[in-house]
Design a protein around this ligand. Structure first.
Ligand code: ZN
Length: 217
């Protein structure tokens, strides 16, 4: 259970910018932060004033501006200074329950399906090994993460084809599949139709619905 309740005033986290608990950032610590050096993980934590969040040195989140960094030797000190533990690197040591982790993974896919997305990219972004991510995802959702990525892309492609006028090559790009022939093959495997056939079918359905009663399903 998360028992941390940072004090909020008018929606902003009240943060001590200096205090007896935070330490001066050394060049060695700064290098550890820049290089996500896990060797330093039990030696210190760094908090970022602009975000109100604190991390382990190994955290792969975006490198903060140096002047915003505060150093703490214990997680408890960072919490006392009203910083929240980062959800990615879990500096307080709690592991995400599988369910929560899988929601974070699906959320990541839903936001990044239009970019290059492989199992290892996903594992890197969501902080787990590719093997563990694949297994956990499948256990919770019943499908593999790669299948979920493809399903998301095909769902979006169907939506675009039915509602947008962009050429099929552009739609393939919008859903993160720059290789057009691969896109067509995948789409046909999924729907039994080529993207162009699918688009024509959807258009004729819409026309028919409009002719009947002017309403949409
Ligand atoms: Zn972090």
């Amino acid at each position: 259970m998360d028992q941390v309740h940072p004090k909020r005033q008018n929606g902003t986290v009240e943060i001590k910018t200096t205090g007896p608990d935070s330490e001066q950032l050394t060049e060695e610590q700064w290098q550890a932060i820049i290089n996500n050096d896990s060797d330093y993980n039990n030696q210190f934590f760094y908090a970022v004033k602009s975000t109100g969040i604190f991390c382990k040195p190994s955290c792969k989140s975006r490198v903060p501006r140096k002047e915003n960094v505060l150093i703490f030797f214990t997680a408890q000190h960072a919490i006392s200074a009203h910083f929240r533990p980062c959800k990615r690197c879990r500096p307080t040591g709690q592991r995400l329950p599988d369910q929560e982790w899988v929601s974070a993974i699906t959320e990541y896919i839903d936001k990044h399906y239009d970019k290059k997305l492989t199992l290892s990219i996903l594992a890197e972004a969501c902080h787990g090994s590719p093997y563990h991510l694949h297994r956990t995802f499948k256990k919770i959702t019943g499908i593999t993460p790669v299948a979920y990525i493809q399903q998301t892309r095909m769902d979006r492609a169907r939506l675009y084809l039915a509602n947008a006028r962009d050429p099929v090559t552009d739609i393939a790009l919008f859903v993160g599949i720059p290789n057009i022939s691969y896109f067509i093959t995948l789409f046909k495997k999924e729907t039994g139709l080529t993207p162009t056939e699918y688009r024509q079918l959807e258009r004729s359905k819409t026309t028919r619905r409009c002719l009947f009663d002017g309403s949409r399903e």
